[in-house]
Design a protein around this ligand. Structure first.
Ligand SMILES: [Zn+2]
Length: 282
């Protein structure tokens, strides 16, 4: 089975000196979506160093090629250009998805930190790293990642699946997930989220893998935990329903490119069954 979550990212993330990158590619975004023109595939729009806008943000490099991101207003989108959904990119090309995911999060961070949150002064970037400095009060602002736990809870050969209000129309079920609270460990977040959302206790949370999730900027940290007690009682403002499912009676679940889909398929495989034969999710 695909083990994407332990693979090395194929990009170098250190900001290059100008003379070390000979091929510059520009990644254009509009309202958080990758856009591309009629003459080049997304990520393949080449420009000269001299044409690189001061506002362009370094994203990644590979060898002597470097990718920079810019954001344009929807009024400035040339006719014939199209936007892509990030999720579509995830389904078609995981390498480009990683590039786009990083780019869109960096652009959002920069746009949200043009002014200092402490004193309101204007901030400026750095040529050597992704940081914004406030020269009025000295605060610095680095890109933020929001840690979230996502947990596959097992009870013998069954797993816990829940359907949220967000997926009410699509009938898609998924795993319990939630943001890590300030002052909490990942494991504590697993116990708390499961108890809050479905009213049961779990034990033995074990880290499985992680995934960047740019909607808007989470790091999804995947766990498996075992059922330890309690009856399912859903948090009604979050969930529509939740229940225990045998792997040969699964409802629609996330695709294998999301960590939820990956954890579910791996659990099916661990029981000696074929996930592709049992799972009908997209
Ligand atoms: Zn300040």
């Amino acid at each position: 089975m695909n083990d994407n979550y332990s693979e090395t990212l194929g990009w170098d993330l250190g900001i290059p000196a100008q003379e070390s990158a000979s091929d510059i590619f520009i990644l254009i975004f509009c309202m958080g979506k990758p856009v591309y023109g009629p003459h080049a595939a997304w990520s393949q729009t080449r420009i000269a160093w001299s044409d690189l806008d001061d506002d362009a943000l370094f994203v990644a490099r590979k060898g002597t090629a470097a990718w920079y991101a810019v954001s344009i207003h929807s009024d400035d989108l040339p006719s014939g250009w199209q936007t892509l959904e990030l999720r579509t990119l995830a389904a078609s090309d995981s390498d480009l998805y990683a590039l786009a995911s990083r780019a869109v999060q960096l652009l959002r961070w920069r746009d949200h930190h043009r002014f200092c949150g402490a004193c309101g002064g204007e901030t400026t970037g750095s040529p050597s790293e992704h940081v914004r400095h406030c020269h009025d009060c000295g605060h610095t602002f680095y890109p933020k990642i929001l840690p979230c736990v996502i947990v596959l809870v097992t009870k013998g050969d069954e797993l816990l699946l829940a359907r949220s209000h967000r997926h009410k129309q699509t009938d898609q079920f998924s795993l319990i997930a939630g943001f890590v609270e300030v002052g909490e460990t990942l494991e504590q977040a697993v116990h708390r989220e499961v108890l809050e959302e479905v009213g049961i206790q779990v034990t033995f949370p074990q880290y499985q893998g992680s995934q960047t999730w740019p909607f808007p900027g989470q790091l999804m940290v995947g766990f498996v935990a075992e059922y330890a007690g309690g009856a399912i009682c859903i948090q009604e403002d979050e969930l529509v329903e939740a229940g225990w499912y045998a792997v040969d009676q699964l409802p629609k679940v996330p695709n294998k490119l999301s960590i939820a889909g990956w954890l579910i398929r791996r659990f099916v495989t661990s029981l000696g069954k074929d996930p592709e034969a049992l799972i009908t999710g997209w």
